[in-house]
Design a binder for this molecule. Sequence first.
Ligand code: HDE
Length: 699
Amino acid sequence: MPDEEQLDKQRQLDPLRDRPEDGPLSTDFGTRVEDTDNSLRAGERGPTLLEDFHFREKITRFDHERIPERVVHARGAGAYGHFRPYESLAEYTRADFLQDPDRATPVFVRFSTVAGSRGSADTVRDVRGFATKFYTREGNYDLVGNNFPVFFVQDAIKFPDFVHAVKPEPDNEIPQAASAHDTLWDFVSLQPETLHTVMWLMSDRALPRSYRMMQGFGVHTFRFVNAEGRGTFVKFHWRPLLGTHSLVWDECQQIAGADPDYNRRDLWDAIASGAFPEFELAVQLVPEEDEFAFDFDLLDPTKIIPEEVVPLRPIGRMVLDRNPENFFAETEQVAFHTAHVVPGIDFTNDPLLQGRNFSYLDTQLIRLGGPNFQQLPVNRPLATVRNNHRDGYGQHRIHPGQTAYSPNSLGGGCPALSNWDSGAYRHSQVRVDGEKIRRRSPSFDDHYSQPQLFWNSMAPWEKAHIVAAFRFELGKVNAPEVRARTVEQLNHIDHELAVAVATGIGVNPPAEAVAENPGRTSPALSMAVGQPGSIATRKVAILVADGVSGTEVTAVREALAGGGAVPEVLAAHDGEVASAEGGAVRVDRAMPTMSSVLYDAVCVPGGEASTLELSRDGLALRYVAQAFKHGKAIAALGSGIGLLRELGLPGIRLADEGEPAVDNLGVVTGTDPGSVLPAFADVIAQHRVWERDSDRVAA
Ligand code: HDE
């Protein structure tokens, strides 16, 4: 076992960090360089000489910089951190990193979108990857999860079909990073096992506000094994301490232009500013004897175990506290593999998981160029590695000695084997028996009950967003029969849903329901319930122009920053504006470069001249109108209320002159900052206000 010092992943990485300031420019073979701007040539106007090894090396290295992007999950963002269990889980698993609350295990996490290429936008409608590498004392454990608890297909052999359907169409490579096209919906309409995950995809879960504000799921049922060899089925859940929050689709489309790196930047900025993202790890535990106690198959990855049926048990907390220093070396080269397991964690016969256990090693071999990818700094375990594997491209280790085989006597029988008691991995001895068949179990047949459970559990605004999403996506589908077939499938989930979608996309609504809907719900599926409220890290735009009340700007800044939010003052231009008091107010950002969609809330402080100028500025008006449309908190103080009045926000009562504070559907107005600002903060902490009449706002 390595000692505690070696268990520091950063300490392991330190000697590998090459800093430019540590020495002079050199070639790859260490010779110092005199001139890197002019190639060696025969005379000032003559041809370049082959002899110029520095030129050749520089160009060759450049030509070879690219590696294949991941076939899925190509675009991502990573971070280091650590995980600490709350208490020992020895009763269920012998996994060393889950035993001692006094011991933290280093981690690297990579969040990703799935369908888009490396250069695609962040805020697309898609599943998000949530992959965690635990550098445990017993080797690396990779929990390679997603932000949905279910998957599109039940058997890994369907994965290439699904991915080919969702990726850009092969003839013209259109559309990029979008599921709104014929092939995906053709596949969905013919493959009802996709429907549960499709419901998640059409919900706002597919539009996370932040990687710091989304859940993660292991998806499959795994198996914990304790020291006595007793197994317990386990489902993994990550829960963000900031709550699970999403954007809205209109906003996402605009952010994709205004800041395609929106989620990556958010993660980077939060960590750089010291606001470290935190996630709680929770498990659902099912005794092995209850394997058949459910109305679905535990091995079916298109099913959840509803939280009312098996409650979540929180087992530990992860903090992400360090940004990588080189995107390629760390975030791009990190290699996850579902079969990177440690003693105490085992697989089940979930056919998707079984297939993944093949795919991830295979994909790293092509992506990272050979079998030595485990030696790359970010992938290197903290546990010692010793075996008879040899050679291959890019071998970094020197293996002295005569023997590289087992058994051997010439090498003293080394390296030695371990047993279960001394920390060896042992697959649980589960009895399997059967004929070789290509057939799904009938227990995998029900494709409609859980999509229905999901639909029933949604709040009215969530349902409305789902219907709008189906209409948007199917509205982009050219083949009428695909639209119609999808509606038929939706009718198996819920008649009302099918009719609502059909009427938006020119398909004849189904005449009658084909499925009963007894109305079963699972409240934990809705994002409307149980979200912790906080304004921490929320970005708030404060709109100003010359003549703004400097004292109010300061009051707003202080009130928000005090709660951990990130207030930014925006004007028509960078620099500063004159305050009503005769001083200057520093401008953080110019409105033309920072769209309203990049903020969580907007505030308009008072000042007659400032309000007048802002009311004549289309950008400022659009700022507030968009924030209103997207359900965001809005505040205006004193004369600043005039800007809101100019917009005529539908159904909103604004404070009259002298009235201290009015909060109407998250639009907080008044003359007293002491009353307005706390109410404003409360609305920001709720994330969004969905009850507004947003559709009537032109923005
Ligand atoms: Fe993956 N998946 N996957 N997947 N997956 C990959 O591995 C695959 C599935 C997930 O940040 C690939 O290194 C198959 C479910 C994440 O580096 C590849 C099947 C879940 C990441 C692959 C699935 C995931 C990947 C591509 C069906 C959630 C990004 C590059 C049987 C539980 C990891 C790579 C990172 C990446 C195969 C289904 C999550 C090709 C065959 C279900 C988070 O190996």
